[in-house]
Design a protein around this ligand. Structure first.
Ligand code: AMP
Ligand code: ZN
Length: 109
């Protein structure tokens, strides 16, 4: 989608710090992290929110977390993480391209 920020990141038209990728999902660092290593898991195919994604892409988001999380935690020295999704404007969604927030947590924080 031409005027979508995350589609532009996926297309490489806007720079991002990519940390993981598979055939359906791109993962890059959030520009306004709530914790060190805060990353966004984003389907490569545009949809405004989870309700418009295919079931395959919806499942691929969790599949990418399953694959990437152990590596990210090890690299960051994090001991856990929170997942979150703001679905719809009233829930705080600002970027209308489906994304899952991955927020690493650290012992003693
Ligand atoms: P939300 O739509 O509220 O779930 O959150 C959108 C997220 O996108 C926010 O956490 C922003 O910090 C993040 N964000 C906005 N622009 C960029 C960007 N250019 N690169 C990485 N993350 C971004
Ligand atoms: Zn998009």
């Amino acid at each position: 989608m031409s005027d979508c920020l995350f589609c532009k990141i996926i297309a490489g038209e806007i720079p991002s710090h990519k940390v993981y990728e598979d055939d359906r999902v791109l993962v890059f660092l959030d520009i306004g992290p709530v914790s060190r290593g805060h990353a966004l898991f984003v389907p490569k195919v545009h949809g405004s929110d989870l309700g418009t994604a295919t079931k395959e892409d919806a499942c691929a988001l969790i599949g990418a977390v399953y694959m990437a999380a152990p590596k990210l935690l090890e690299r960051l020295g994090a001991s856990g993480y929170n997942l979150g999704m703001n679905h719809g404007a009233d829930a705080g969604q600002i970027v209308f391209h489906t994304h899952l927030h991955f927020m690493p947590r650290y012992a003693g924080e």
